[in-house]
Design a protein around this ligand. Structure first.
Ligand SMILES: [Zn+2]
Length: 270
């Protein structure tokens, strides 16, 4: 059967997207020097829907840390949802699974889900990683401290000492998402940081969680050694990272459809 030019270009675009392979980001097509035909093909490639799975790195015990992309190949607007950082907080896995299975992002947008950045902690249901480090105190910011060894909140021997932290740092530096939703429990709220109040309010409204300030005990005037603290300070011109704390108990509806749809809509990809 003879295909139209448009269908052929879409097929080409899909091929190009696959060939682009494991790189987390597809470079924007260059428009200035391309011939018209190449330009059309580039635009089709940028608009093509792609699915991609990459490994961001490995945990202390060698478990892979995976990320899954769905959306436009050249998406201008990207959401990252981290399902789990603390291995004893299980509800976010349902949410990212629901998003991965059900959300077809709006044209020009896309999402990455990272089911867990702490697969060793998840396997043992511990907050900390296999070396006893709280991965949400290990980020290299002015508020990092090595105090608290042996506690559930130890920041590690050095800033970014853990392979799980470094894997996420590389990934977020590559992708530079517009929105990062980092799911935790059980403090029941949307973290306030005042960077994008409209986004916080949408999350609060759609997920029916109050906006709250979640301090982590770093000295005043320093940046909290958390993923959100690090991203908002280092890459905040590109987007905003926000903590979402579910309650201690969630219904199956909430942790799947309710939160999955709510986060996607709040990020304007659905
Ligand atoms: Zn947590």
């Amino acid at each position: 059967m003879r295909r139209s030019l448009g269908q052929a270009l879409l097929a080409l675009a899909a091929t190009l997207a696959v060939v682009a392979g494991a790189a987390p980001v597809v470079a924007a097509p260059s428009a200035s020097t391309a011939t018209p035909a190449v330009r059309v093909a580039n635009e089709a490639a940028a608009a093509a829907y792609v699915e991609r799975t990459i490994t961001l790195g490995t945990s202390v015990r060698g478990r892979p840390i995976r990320a899954f992309y769905r959306g436009a190949a050249g998406a201008e607007h990207v959401l990252v949802v981290l399902g789990q950082m603390h291995g004893d907080e299980k509800a976010g896995a349902s949410t990212v699974g629901w998003i991965r299975r059900n959300v077809r992002p709006l044209p020009g947008t896309g999402f990455w889900i990272v089911p867990t950045m702490n697969p060793d902690g998840n396997a043992r249901s511990t907050r900390v990683n296999a070396r006893g480090v709280d991965l949400n105190r290990n980020w290299p910011t002015s508020g990092w401290t090595s105090a608290g060894r042996g506690s559930r909140y130890w920041g590690g021997p050095r800033p970014a000492s853990e392979p799980e932290t470094r894997a996420l740092m590389r990934f977020l530096t590559d992708v530079k998402p517009d929105y990062i939703a980092s799911i935790h429990q059980p403090l029941y709220g949307i973290g306030r940081n005042g960077i994008d109040v409209a986004w916080e309010r949408r999350l609060s409204s759609y997920l029916r969680l109050p906006r709250k300030y979640f301090g982590v005990g770093n000295p005043s005037g320093t940046v909290s050694p958390t993923m959100t603290g690090w991203y908002n300070r280092k890459l905040g011109r590109n987007g905003v990272a926000t903590t979402i704390e579910y309650g201690a108990r969630t219904t199956a509806y909430f942790r799947n459809t309710g939160a999955g749809r709510g986060i996607s809509r709040a990020a304007r990809i659905l």
